[in-house]
Design a binder for this molecule. Structure first.
Ligand code: HXC
Length: 510
């Protein structure tokens, strides 16, 4: 009996070594942790339960029969993060470069299916050379099975991908189908076609980092939602994000103990908006002053900086925030900002996370590059996302809400539940100068007339009161009381129940 027990321990120890000490050392030399070390940092101590530790590949081509490694390059199982369950897989680069074989894919599929059934998130730690070359089409089939499960899980459980090494070829598509992708700076990259192929096919010379590193994907392509300096920081930040999210679409987000009073006033907000309407201010300041303990988990911080998206808590409950950022492009909405915010709003709505929208927007960004790039369709995505969302929606207009951008930024007319404006709000079709130049074109050579008409326009529209008279604004509030007002609003809306008409699925303008 003792022998049998020892045999199990021996086999386990062998499996834990993955591709062997030499390859583990090589992984460390690159500044990367091993798959097991990553799991230890991601999960609560001693909470990891592993599955399929002894699974090996079944390939016999290319003399592969002699090269079996228990686990076959991916570690799968479940554990807890701050006591809440999650499924996960971590690719082990020390075994065939973490490449995906048929068996490796089956292991991932097994926990994807368990995660859907159990209603718990799945986190993928990706570090892989792509399809296991020796397995040919079986590896491709395996990838596609994983993709299919990603699609079925979408909107049912949160799916988070962390890219912690290479992610090339088909390997990029499983992360791309998940809710969030995070990367590690300098040690991770993602591309469909690598630098060598690019050089041959298009004559372009580019490094892996330039083509698909964290900077490229967080600031240019928007494929990734954030980047961290090293494995340890990345895993700590995933734990922080996890705490904001519900386990599935059947649950509400967790409520955390909070020490910040909901009725805390912040007098500095009364002077946040400068007197000159053309001077910007930082919308981050409003977000952090409203949030519990100033905690804001920003998503896509380096892309389309003219709109801010991320999670805060109010009275311990997760709230998704979308805010125009007057510091960048004066807060104008463009195609990139529309796509970024629309995807965020849809995630929140899918997972019952209420939405707080902070508005200071002079309009859509004009120009041929925007029009040729399809801003009409991209803007429609954001319109659609806010309009279809049934979660509690609270909006605060701090300053400008002009034109089509007013219509898009979660107004009353898109089923906004509670819409506030600060006294500094200006709700109009456009700014005074533009409006008067159109309406009084024939008087443009008469400065007195133009000045008088401008003053009239400003009096009528460049305040929140016209909109408030029409009931499009529920209340004009003092800036310093914003936290108290939005906390009360979300508390009121806690049990909101709203259904959209039945449909097979929608036809979002993609
Ligand atoms: C099998 C692989 C592998 C793969 C790496 N290895 N990639 N084995 N299949 N795809 C093995 C190596 O042979 C090596 O084994 C070990 O992993 C480490 O690889 P190195 O090359 O030594 O590491 P490094 O220098 O860090 O380079 C990593 C790499 C490179 C950039 C990922 O290995 C590479 O370019 N691999 C191939 C990438 C690729 O083209 N994949 C297929 C993409 S196409 P030893 O025994 O020496 O330790 C694709 C299609 C799927 O994925 C489509 C689905 C829709």
């Amino acid at each position: 009996m003792q022998d049998i027990l020892e045999q199990l321990e021996h086999r386990r120890a062998q499996a834990r070594l993955g591709g062997g000490q030499k390859r583990i050392d090589a992984q460390h030399a690159k500044g990367k942790l091993t798959a097991r070390e990553r799991i230890e940092l991601l999960l609560d101590p001693d909470s990891f339960e592993e599955f399929d530790m002894f699974v090996t590949h079944r390939c016999t081509d290319f003399e592969m029969g002699d090269t079996k490694s228990p686990g076959d390059g991916v570690i799968t199982g479940w554990g807890t993060i701050n006591g809440r369950k999650t499924f996960l897989f971590a690719q082990d680069f020390t075994v065939f470069g973490g490449s995906l074989s048929e068996s490796h894919a089956r292991k991932i599929c097994k926990i994807q299916e368990m995660a859907i059934k159990q209603g718990a998130p799945i986190i993928g730690l990706n570090d892989s050379g792509g399809a296991r070359i020796q397995e040919g089409v079986s590896a491709l089939a395996g990838y596609t099975d994983v993709f299919q499960n990603n699609i079925l899980a979408s909107g049912v459980i949160p799916q988070i991908s962390v890219i912690m090494g290479p992610s090339a070829g088909g390997a990029v598509y499983s992360p791309a189908l998940t809710d969030f992708i995070f990367m590690v700076r300098d040690t991770s990259y993602m591309f469909l076609t690598g630098p060598d192929v690019l050089k041959t096919v298009t004559n372009e010379v580019v490094t892996a980092e330039e083509l698909g590193g964290a900077k490229t994907h967080t600031s240019k392509s928007s494929v990734a939602d954030g980047a961290f300096d090293n494995d340890m920081e990345a895993l700590a930040e995933i734990r922080r994000l996890f705490d904001f999210l519900p386990l599935s679409n059947k649950e509400k987000p967790p409520v955390r103990k909070v020490f910040d009073k909901p009725d805390r006033l912040d007098m500095s907000l009364d002077t946040l908006v400068p007197e000159n309407p053309n001077i910007p201010y930082d919308m981050h300041e409003l977000i952090t002053k409203v949030a519990d303990e100033g905690d804001f988990y920003e998503i896509q911080a380096d892309f389309a900086k003219n709109i801010l998206t991320g999670f805060i808590r109010l009275e311990g409950r997760t709230v998704g925030v979308v805010g125009n950022q007057p510091m960048v492009l004066a807060g104008c909405i463009d195609s990139d900002a529309s796509r970024k915010a629309a995807r965020f709003v849809r995630f929140c709505d899918a997972f019952s996370i209420p939405l707080l929208t902070l508005v200071d927007v002079p309009g859509f960004l004009p120009g041929t590059s925007q029009e040729f790039g399809g801003v009409i369709k991209h803007g429609a995505k954001l319109l659609y996302a806010f309009g279809e969302a049934t979660v509690p929606k609270v909006t605060v207009i701090t300053r400008k809400a002009y034109g089509g951008a007013y219509c898009v930024m979660s107004p009353k007319h898109l089923r906004g539940d509670i819409n506030y404006a600060w006294p500094t709000a200006q709700i109009a079709v456009m700014g005074a100068k533009g409006a008067v130049e159109i309406l009084h074109r024939k008087d443009l050579d008469k400065p007195d007339v133009i000045a008088q008409k401008t003053a009239e326009y400003e009096e009528m529209f460049l305040s929140p009161f016209r909109a408030a008279e029409l009931g499009y604004i529920d209340e004009v509030i003092m800036p310093h009381s914003t936290r108290r007002r939005v906390c009360r609003a979300f508390a009121l809306l806690k049990d909101k129940d709203l259904q959209n008409p039945w449909k097979k699925h929608d036809n979002l303008p993609l």
